[in-house]
Design a protein around this ligand. Sequence first.
Ligand SMILES: O=C(O)C[C@@H](Cc1ccccc1)C(=O)SCC(=O)c1ccccc1
Ligand SMILES: [Zn+2]
Length: 166
Amino acid sequence: AIRQILQYPDPRLHKKAAPVALVDDAIRALVQDMAETMYAAPGIGLAATQIDVHLQVITIDVSDTRDQLQVFINPEILERSGVSVFEEGCLSVPGIFERVQRAERVTVRALDQYGKSFTLEADGLLAVCIQHEMDHLQGKVFVEYLSRLKQTRILAKLRKQQRKVM
Ligand SMILES: O=C(O)C[C@@H](Cc1ccccc1)C(=O)SCC(=O)c1ccccc1
Ligand SMILES: [Zn+2]
């Protein structure tokens, strides 16, 4: 089912996600809901935190055919190298696109939706997205890397947008 995505500055976006103890059918159902929600938004990634589920689960699909889902459960970054700057967006901060500096390449270890451990070396958009989603699991939203002035302006803009919707 498509879930509601929390909108910044909702305080629930700052909660830290707990590790998944057992990758069972309930977790696989959560992954399905996250994928459905991500594709409908549309987005290239989604962290469970964004649908108010505080578990370390991430779905990503950076393919342009939108049919290559990648699932990361209890992800850990083992290595990071280089620097890349990329204009990022966020489904929890609609309409805001800002440049963020991150590692160019990451080696990440995680469990898949069947509980099997895997290690992946990523670069490019996949590396950027993995880091963006893992920030969400730590309760961090990409706008927090920006200057105070930019954050103030973004909050004002979002408040205006959210009032209109109400
Ligand atoms: O809020 C999120 O985590 C989703 C976010 C992921 C992300 C985008 C860009 C850089 C880093 C992380 C999004 O998917 S925002 C929407 C977006 O960028 C996009 C949507 C459809 C097609 C292509 C990109
Ligand atoms: Zn985001």
